[in-house]
Design a protein around this ligand. Structure first.
Ligand code: JBZ
Length: 244
């Protein structure tokens, strides 16, 4: 996969040189390029914003630098268009299902807005060259798209083949099956008057699996009842129902 990120703060994306994503880049599992939007300005002040038509507070990002930047990074190829992800409070909610969907793409381009946002005509113009997806991290507002891109690139990148050491670890994590993950413990078994649940020391793998499943349902029902709405009660086992 190829990922291109365009931002006026390219240094904000430096954490993507670290850890799993950084190693995936070094190992050639992921190509990731960060571009400074100001590279695509033509005036001596390298201007990227201007006052909003219709009035109002703040500034709006000018369209032309964005069009030149996006044209520059769109890999020319036959077939499907690159996906342009525009982090925005007005976007669809990012979630694990979308992370899996985007992990299948050949190229993702992320446009990091700042100020009050990007001139909407860029989104309209880009439809011809990209599949455009405005995406929000959640129901809150950041100061720009960079933090959202860090989160999305990590969530997507770790799903790529070979990036995480043990692919099994992707199977039993939160949201992989629509539920929150079960609690985890390690040595020592007794710690500051808090003991590891005895079932986990029993060696009975069937009972351990059942306990973990029960914990997934209990936690999800308690912390994220909204996720339970997607569950058809008919598919719940009797043991699972006792967790609700
Ligand atoms: C101007 O660009 C922005 C501003 C706020 C913002 N908030 C996001 C979020 O996902 O919450 S993405 C985003 C982009």
């Amino acid at each position: 996969m190829r990922i291109d990120v365009v931002s006026i703060f390219p240094e904000y994306l430096a954490p993507l040189e670290l850890s799993l994503i950084g190693k995936a880049r070094q190992d050639g599992l992921l190509e990731l390029n960060v571009h400074d939007l100001r590279t695509f300005t033509t005036d001596k002040h390298r201007t990227v914003d201007d006052t909003p038509y219709g009035g109002g507070a703040g500034m709006v990002m000018k369209p032309e630098p964005w069009a030149q930047a996006l044209e520059s990074v769109a890999a020319a190829r036959e077939g499907s268009k690159p996906v342009l992800i525009v982090p925005s409070p007005a976007g669809e909610k990012f979630n694990q299902a979308l992370a899996y969907e985007l992990a299948e793409e050949e190229q993702l381009v992320f446009a990091c807005g700042r100020y009050e946002g990007i001139d909407e005509r860029v989104i309209d113009w880009a439809q011809e060259h990209f599949t455009v997806r405005p995406v929000s991290l959640g129901d809150y507002v950041l100061n720009g798209g960079e933090v959202a891109v860090l989160a999305m690139v990590e969530a997507i990148g770790r799903l790529l083949p070979g990036v995480v050491g043990n692919p099994e670890s992707l199977v039993e994590e939160s949201h992989s099956d629509g539920l929150l993950e079960y609690p985890v413990y390690t040595k020592p078994s007794a710690w500051r008057e808090h003991d590891v649940p005895p079932i986990l020391l029993s060696g009975n793998h069937g009972k351990i699996a059942q306990w973990r499943r029960h914990e997934q349902f209990r936690r999800t029902a308690e912390r994220r009842p909204d996720l339970m709405e997607g569950f058809d009660a008919g598919v719940l086992s009797r043991a699972d129902r006792t967790a609700l």
